[in-house]
Write a protein that binds this ligand. Structure first.
Ligand code: PEP
Ligand code: MN
Length: 270
C-alpha cells in the first residue's frame, strides 16, 4: 500500500481553466507510464490517467495490472507532480484504489452500480463519474446524487452513448454535455477517446468542447500507440497530442476573451 499522503485536489480549481486529463488506457509497465507522465507533464497536463482494473468486454482480454499498476501510476504521478486518476470497479477495491489515486474513476459500466456509488459517498477524494453506455442525462445526474449524499466532489464525464454509427465507438452527445453543464453545478468533462474510438477526429471535437464551455477533456495517450494492450485504435501518439493541444490553443484564447468580456459586462451592469 502507498504510504504517501496526497493532499486532496482543490475542487474549486476544477471551475477555472480547461483541464486536460490524459494517459494510457491501461498502465502496462513502469516505463510506459513514466514516459507518458514525463511527456504529458512537460506539456502542462496535471491529471494522469491509467487503468489498473480494466472493465473489459471479454474475460480473455487484458484485465489490468491491479495493485502493481496503481503503484506504478502513483510513482509516475509523484515523479512529475501530477494527480493520478484510475478506475475502481467494485466496493471491495475502494480502500485500495483510494489509497493510490487523487481522483477515483467510476466507469460507464458501473454508473448505476448503486452500492459502489453509496460507498464512494463516504470518500473525500473527487469522483469522476462517467455516463453509462445507455444512460440518459437525468439518470447520470441521479447517479451523481448518490455520491453527493456524502461526497460533494463529483466530476461528470460525457463519454458517448451506444449508437448505431459503426464509424465511431460511441455517439458523442455534446448536447448531453451542454445539458449536464446547465442542469448541475458540477464540473463536466468530455472523454473524446472512448466517445470516438479513433484518433483522427479528436482535434476538432476538442475545439468544440472548449467552445461548449465544459471544464476539460480526457484523452488516451500512449508512447507507442500500436503496442497498446487495450484500446490501441484510439491511442493518441505524442506528436498527435501536441497537434491537438496546439489546435485548441486559439479556441482557449477566444474562450478566455469571451469570459473576460462577460465578466466586464457583469461588472459594468452591477
Ligand atoms: C476508461 O476510461 O478507462 C474506460 C474504461 O472508459 P468507459 O468506462 O467510459 O468505457
Ligand atoms: Mn480505454
Amino acid at each position: 500500500m502507498s504510504n504517501t499522503v496526497h493532499p486532496p485536489i482543490s475542487f474549486e480549481a476544477w471551475f477555472s481553466g480547461f483541464h486536460v486529463m490524459a494517459g494510457p488506457c491501461s498502465v502496462e509497465s513502469r516505463e510506459q507510464i513514466h514516459q507518458s507522465a514525463a511527456f504529458l507533464s512537460s506539456r502542462g497536463v496535471r491529471l494522469l490517467r491509467g487503468g489498473a482494473f480494466k472493465p473489459r468486454t471479454s474475460p480473455r482480454s487484458f484485465q489490468g495490472l491491479g495493485e502493481p499498476g496503481l503503484r506504478m501510476l502513483r510513482e509516475a504521478a509523484d515523479a512529475y507532480g501530477m494527480l493520478a486518476v484510475s478506475e475502481v470497479m467494485d466496493v471491495e477495491a475502494v480502500p485500495l484504489v483510494t489509497s493510490y489515486v487523487d481522483v477515483i474513476q467510476v466507469g460507464a459500466r458501473n454508473m448505476q452500480n448503486f452500492s459502489l456509488l453509496k460507498r464512494l459517498a463516504k470518500e473525500r477524494k473527487p469522483v469522476l463519474l462517467k455516463r453509462g453506455l445507455a444512460a440518459t442525462v437525468d439518470e447520470t445526474l441521479s447517479a451523481a446524487e448518490y455520491i453527493l449524499q456524502g461526497n460533494p466532489h463529483v466530476i461528470l464525464c460525457e463519454r458517448g452513448v451506444r449508437g448505431f454509427e459503426p464509424l465511431t465507438r460511441n455517439m458523442l452527445d455534446l448536447a448531453g454535455a451542454a445539458l449536464l453543464c446547465q442542469m448541475s453545478t458540477l464540473p463536466v468533462i468530455v472523454d473524446l477517446s472512448h466517445a470516438t474510438g479513433r484518433t483522427d477526429i479528436v482535434a476538432p471535437l476538442a475545439a468544440a468542447c472548449v467552445a461548449l464551455g465544459v471544464q476539460g477533456v480526457m484523452m488516451e495517450v500512449h508512447p507507442r500507440p500500436a503496442e497498446s494492450v487495450s484500446d490501441a485504435a484510439q491511442a493518441i501518439s505524442f506528436p498527435l497530442f501536441d497537434e491537438i493541444l496546439a489546435g485548441i490553443e486559439p479556441y482557449l484564447q477566444a474562450r478566455n476573451a469571451v469570459e473576460r468580456a462577460g465578466g466586464a459586462q457583469r461588472a459594468a451592469s452591477a
